[in-house]
Design a protein. Structure first.
Length: 143
């Protein structure tokens, strides 16, 4: 068996992924981090973005979207905890584009009732979802 680490990706609703992997890439708030077996212990916040898991079987890569959260690295287990997490292939591009347009409209309106921080956070989430979809397309050879 290849040198692996156990990965768990969990959302507030359910477990998204659990399995052995050779590498995990995640969007930490200070930049992307790569985790391999034997990585030192780590606890860091995640930004909205793409989590990539390279599995031991044929170095296949799985792609996930996370809305942010926490990454915990222990000697034999890596855990991604996120309010919202989903497989990239489960994202609905049309819904993401519509949500982005609504967030952009809310952000640019001159109405004082708008919560700009919330609109900006929603824009960041939809941008991360679109990055996940683009990464999935690029990996599968679809345009």
């Amino acid at each position: 068996m290849a040198n692996t680490v156990h990965i768990d990706i969990v959302s507030a609703e359910h477990e998204i992924y659990s399995g052995e992997a050779t590498t995990l890439f995640a969007p930490a708030v200070m930049g992307e981090v790569g985790i391999t077996p034997g990585h030192t212990a780590l606890l860091t916040r995640l930004a909205p973005g793409v989590v990539r898991v390279q599995t031991a079987d044929d170095d296949a890569e799985q792609t996930f979207y996370v809305s942010g959260g926490i990454l915990e690295v222990q000697p034999t287990v890596v855990t991604v905890l996120s309010d919202t997490a989903m497989r990239a292939e489960d994202l609905d591009e049309k819904a993401v584009l519509e949500a982005r347009e609504a967030a952009e409209r809310a952000f640019h309106e001159q109405d004082a009732r708008i919560d700009y921080a919330q609109a900006q956070a929603r824009l960041a989430e939809t941008a991360a979802q679109l990055r996940a979809l683009r990464h999935l397309r690029k990996r599968s050879g679809r345009s």
